[in-house]
Design a protein around this ligand. Structure first.
Ligand code: DP6
Length: 421
């Protein structure tokens, strides 16, 4: 192992994005290996606005594996963490750091313990796929620390064993998780369909919907759907395979109308499967349904889709606008229907890329109050605007895959002690 002294700490810090599925993963054929019943496709979100940062450290002075999430120590004893750690350790190679006088042999990794600190730049509880970014980042950072030589596809198969949707966060842009056929899951991997620059026009606005309801986790929800929903079986065998081909083509050719129709239809079918589950699962609430109605009305008025909507296992809406101009019109509508509560600072109501807010000409509460009613409402102006039903909006775009952060000041663990800073 290291020559001397034995109190060294070696660490790596990485940053990984989250992703939003436009063709959904819902249902496993193998619960332990996390193998899905159908392929899925996602868009990676810009890590500037939504990402996980993870520092992993190794030192002979560590007496056990430990992890801190957003500053609080959590247990690593769960099967999913253990599977990821075992898979990465099993592929570790020797590491030499001459500057620090560190030499780790391949076989040493089995005895050495790691410290992991992870931080989300968005609220973990907001239901914004934190497990996808989290496991992708953990696997990516551990693979760098332990000098794992496997390619990104193989790493995605390891991240998959932490959380299915995490495998898609190993790449930027547009990503497909291929369900695979083999029993050990080695061919159930993510592949990149197109990079984040391929379809530069798209703008994504997330409405974080206020909800007091405790949601069924994706893991247990999809287990119940597999056990009880006949619609899920039909969906995975008959519907998704065709949609995957159509979605790949829509992405390849920048065909926004097809992209939007497929995205909305697939979100709606996923939630129909949830309703078809016994007992039924309700992830969307009245606000989510209202957003769908407003978007449908607008798309129909324009005679071709301007915006796509999709909802995961919760009430938050992810809205994809065809370009920046449409995104500013979308934000105007969202603020018209869902204004902030009085005394809310606009700066904390619209997060992320604030330039969209500027384009929309809405910089203060008085601008929200002055917003005209959207033309698609005709004379049906709502008697009530729904202040307080949305907690906040995040403006973002398609983004890149995981990266290493070389600057030690960004590390979440102390370089001398390996404990959280
Ligand atoms: C609705 O990846 O969170 O977001 O594999 O059990 O960890 P586990 O589930 P998870 O499920 C995500 C489901 C979804 C759709 C999707 O992301 O494709």
């Amino acid at each position: 192992m290291a020559d001397k002294p034995q109190n060294w700490v070696l660490m790596v810090t990485a940053q990984s994005p989250t992703n939003i599925a436009v063709i959904k993963y819902w249902g496993k054929r193998d619960e332990t290996l996390i193998l899905p019943v159908n392929d899925s496709i996602s868009v990676t979100l810009d890590p500037k606005h939504l990402c996980t940062t993870t520092t992993v450290a190794v030192s002979p002075s560590f007496d056990r594996d430990r992890m801190w999430l957003n500053g609080k120590e959590i247990s690593l004893s769960g099967g999913r963490y253990q599977n990821c750690l075992r898979e990465i350790r099993g592929r570790a190679s020797s590491v030499e750091d001459d500057e620090k006088g560190i030499r780790i042999q391949k076989q040493d990794w089995e005895k050495l313990h790691v410290h992991i600190a992870s931080y989300n730049n968005f609220p973990t509880a907001a239901g914004l796929a934190s497990s996808a970014a989290g496991f992708a980042c953990l696997v990516f950072a551990l693979a760098k620390l332990m000098n794992v030589k496997e390619d990104q596809g193989k790493l995605s198969a390891i991240a998959r064993q932490g959380s299915g949707s995490a495998c898609r966060s190993l790449y930027g842009g547009f990503v497909k998780w291929v369900m695979g056929n083999v029993e050990n899951g080695s061919d159930s991997i993510a592949i990149q369909l197109a990079s984040e620059t391929h379809w530069d026009d798209l703008v994504i606005i997330i409405a974080v919907v206020s909800s007091l309801q405790k949601e069924t986790s994706s893991t247990s929800g999809m287990r119940e759907s597999v056990e009880t929903s006949a619609l899920l079986n039909y969906r995975s065998k008959e519907v998704v395979p065709k949609r995957i081909l159509q979605m790949e083509e829509a992405i390849r050719t920048h065909d926004f109308p097809s992209f939007a129709r497929l995205t909305c239809a697939d979100s709606n079918q996923f939630h129909a499967v949830c309703l078809d589950t016994c007992p039924p699962i309700f992830y969307m609430n009245d606000t989510s349904h209202r957003i769908i109605n407003y978007m449908e009305k607008w798309n129909r008025f324009e005679e071709k889709p301007q915006v796509a909507y999709t909802f995961d296992a919760g009430p938050n809406a992810v809205l994809i606008a065809r370009n920046r101009k449409v995104a500013s019109l979308l934000l105007q509508r969202l603020l018209f229907y869902f204004p902030p509560l009085p005394d809310t600072d606009m700066d904390s109501y619209v997060l992320g890329d604030k330039s969209i807010l500027k384009d929309a000409g809405v910089e203060a509460m008085k601008d929200v109050e002055a917003l005209p009613s959207p033309p698609e409402l005709m004379n049906n102006v709502p008697s009530k605007r729904h202040a307080g039903d949305v907690s906040y909006f995040i403006c973002t775009r398609p983004g890149r895959g995981p990266i290493l952060l070389a600057d030690e000041s960004q590390a979440l663990l102390h370089p001398k002690t390996g404990l959280p800073k």
